[in-house]
Design a protein around this ligand. Structure first.
Ligand SMILES: [Zn+2]
Length: 60
């Protein structure tokens, strides 16, 4: 079993707008179909987060 992803084939990356799920760099990604489906859901969530993020004024 892969040590990086614990056999889940994805790794989590943290950004300031939330958690991003990425394919594991250490082993093969999930089957394309499943990956595509999750990608769509992820993008949906990302768009929602972006929308919410853009409404907030965050001083840098
Ligand atoms: Zn892995």
């Amino acid at each position: 079993m892969c040590d990086v992803c614990n056999g889940r084939h994805v790794v989590y990356g943290y950004t300031r707008i939330g958690t991003m799920i990425q394919p594991c760099p250490n082993c093969n990604p999930k089957p394309k179909e499943q990956y595509e489906q999750e990608y769509q859901e992820r993008m949906k969530r990302f768009e929602l987060a972006k929308e919410r993020f853009s409404k907030e004024v965050i001083p840098c």
